[in-house]
Design a protein around this ligand. Structure first.
Ligand code: SF4
Length: 624
């Protein structure tokens, strides 16, 4: 007989993590302590902590000792805006340091309905399997019939009624270093989680509808916070642009500021770039919302491309698989996007890698048919990467590995092995520092100063002043937000629509942020996040504790990376961005990285080699 409902209510979290051994086909329960919850919050933070306690440095990311941790946050399953997200952390086969990826697909909420806050996966199945999770039971099912199927075929075979899944495609099975994982129509893209699942012979994880219901610990308080959060989102300019045009809303301001990567970051703009703006796509492709759930910003869209209703490519895809490859026809870019989504490839790394191959082909370093603007060849190349055919076998290792083997490192646009996102930092120097020091490589989500240097115009893009202070702050707050696990895009509404900011004229705000960054940062009100946390799970958390948790999470990730061998020399940018101006920039600007890096190290408490100092680790209680 089923338990009565009160026993099946979760107030924020049950703190249960499902530990699954794929080699032994066994599973057990691990319980997260209240202290650990408060220190690492959930999502990315708790995922990292669980990994740190279990993963030996130096292991092969695609070997049997490799681990995957998938974690939800305390808001998953509640009706808080943009809160249905979950995180995966793992050692990346692309970068060989920590990989992490966030996703808004419904898998996390469905997992939680079974009474689990997360999953730790270890070992390796001898033969292809799928995992079926239902309440306190886990079934290991043979998946030979699914192996070789692409993502839509696998999802169709699994079915979507009452279940949500994480699925890999052929790229994951073939260990493509930047293979992604699908959760419904959303993806865990960066760093090659798909290959790690493939290396474990794990085709899919399926969470059936469980018996648990998530309810906030303080219901009335939660409702009031939620109302305020939605009010802020609904009056915020950037959130409203994303609601209308998706992440492609970024394209227009990026183009205006000459920051669009064109032809492997050679140019910052193109006469046809206007075709890939959010405005043009909305007008020409009959777009409509197709989002994560629950969501109040609504940035996800689908639209009609090549006479078919499909996902609208995200800004990053338009930039990296489009402009950066010399392609500006949204129908062509949509076709590339669909191939990546079908085969299971990260669009940013695919674009960065193909751009390197195009340039290397032109310079005679490799022999391929790829050249900028060659849409037909791009289609063939993406398929060849996923299926490891011909030169696809080399491309499947990413741009760092290619340039190490064939030469051309200076134009491999990657940091720490991860291909760069779609914002040329020569147009926004804070973003340059952000890419150089981000833990997972050239990542735009670790800190996103472009949001202030460009989209809101609150920081001057071409100065080094205030950038180290803001990068540190953004990294800390984003680490905490990603551990809630709530969408980072809430940051605009939650912080910029507070009373103090709304009352302060834009020019004054800009002057304070640019000239008095420490004071500006101290005045930022991000209290909605810890208030949501406390109302959801009943654990008191102040704004100060929330930010400190973010710092702890960021520094723990840095420590794990330095344990893997990361040092100061790795905190840099590709030579092209440091020494070679964009061909269409009359002012010939480059990223002045060194002075920003020096100040950032001091603020962070890293030693001269880039290692977090022992005193910092003790202060953050990472070590005792
Ligand atoms: S804003 Fe976009 S990415 Fe964030 S939760 Fe909503 S649909 Fe997902």
């Amino acid at each position: 007989m089923k338990n009565a409902l009160p026993d099946k209510e979760i107030t924020g979290s049950l703190n249960n993590v499902l530990e699954i051994d794929l080699s032994l086909k066994t599973f057990s329960k691990f319980i997260i302590s209240r202290r650990m919850r408060k220190m690492y919050l959930g999502g990315k933070g708790l995922g990292l902590k669980l990994l740190y306690d279990r993963l030996k440095p130096g292991i092969d990311p695609l070997g049997e000792d490799s681990l995957i941790v998938i974690m939800t946050g305390v808001l998953a399953g509640t009706s808080a805006p943009c809160s249905g997200r979950f995180h995966a952390v793992f050692k990346s086969p692309l970068t060989r340091i920590l990989g992490s990826s966030s996703c808004g697909g419904s898998f996390g909420r469905r997992l939680k309905s079974n009474g689990w806050d997360g999953i730790i996966l270890k070992g390796k199945s001898e033969k292809p399997v799928t995992l079926h999770i239902h309440n306190d039971k886990v079934q290991f099912c043979k998946a030979a019939n699914l192996w070789g199927k692409d993502i839509p075929e696998t999802q169709a075979a699994i079915g979507t009624k009452k279940q949500e899944s994480l699925v890999i495609g052929p790229a994951g099975e073939n260990l493509v270093r930047f293979a992604n994982v699908a959760a419904g129509h959303r993806y865990l893209g960066r760093g090659g989680l798909g290959a790690v699942m493939g290396s474990k012979n794990l085709k899919a994880i399926i969470a059936l509808k469980g018996d648990y219901k998530v309810v906030p610990y303080f219901k009335n308080r939660f409702q009031k916070i939620k109302d305020r959060a939605n009010k802020y989102i609904n009056q915020n300019h950037v959130s409203l642009l994303m609601r209308q045009f998706g992440t492609a809303a970024n394209a227009n301001p990026i183009i205006k500021n000459n920051m669009l990567p064109v032809n492997n970051f050679t140019y910052g703009n193109h006469p046809d770039a206007v075709k890939i703006t959010g405005e043009a796509i909305k007008e020409n492709h009959n777009t409509r919302h197709h989002t994560c759930k629950p969501c109040s910003i609504l940035c996800g869209h689908k639209g009609v491309f090549n006479k078919r209703l499909t996902n609208v490519p995200e800004y990053e895809t338009l930039a990296l698989l489009g402009a950066n490859l010399g392609v500006f026809d949204p129908n062509d870019i949509s076709r590339f996007n669909d191939i990546c989504n079908k085969k299971g490839l990260d669009t940013i790394s695919s674009g960065g890698t193909l751009a390197w191959v195009m340039e290397a082909t032109g310079k005679g370093l490799v022999k391929t048919d790829l050249k900028f603007g060659s849409s037909h060849e791009i289609v063939k190349a993406l398929n060849s990467i996923a299926d490891l055919e011909g030169f696809g076998r080399q491309m499947a290792k990413g741009s760092r590995a290619l340039s190490s083997k064939f030469g051309g490192k200076e134009f491999a646009i990657q940091v720490k092995g991860l291909e760069m996102a779609g914002y040329d930092p020569r147009g926004a120097w804070g973003q340059g520092l952000g890419y150089a020091v981000a833990n997972r490589g050239a990542c735009h989500l670790s800190s996103f100063p472009v949001g202030f240097e460009n989209l809101t115009g609150l920081l001057n893009p071409h100065t080094i002043r205030a950038k180290p202070e803001f990068i540190k702050f953004f990294e800390n707050i984003n680490a905490a937000v990603n551990s809630m696990d709530i969408c980072q895009f809430t940051g605009y509404g939650f912080t910029l629509e507070t009373w103090l900011i709304r009352m302060t004229p834009h020019l004054i705000l800009k002057l304070i942020m640019q000239n008095l960054p420490t004071i500006a940062i101290a005045l930022v009100d991000f209290s909605l996040y810890p208030k949501f946390f406390s109302a959801a799970c009943g654990i008191d958390l102040s704004s100060k504790q929330f930010l400190k948790a973010g710092e702890r999470i960021h520094i723990l990730e840095r420590l794990m990376n330095t344990n893997e061998g990361i040092r100061k020399d790795d905190d840099t940018l590709p030579k092209r961005l440091l020494l070679e101006p964009q061909k269409d920039d009359p002012r010939k600007r480059l990223v002045p990285l060194d002075p920003m890096l020096e100040k950032y190290y001091k603020l962070r408490g890293y030693d001269v080699d880039g290692l977090p100092k022992k005193s910092l680790l003790r202060k953050l209680e990472i070590i005792m």
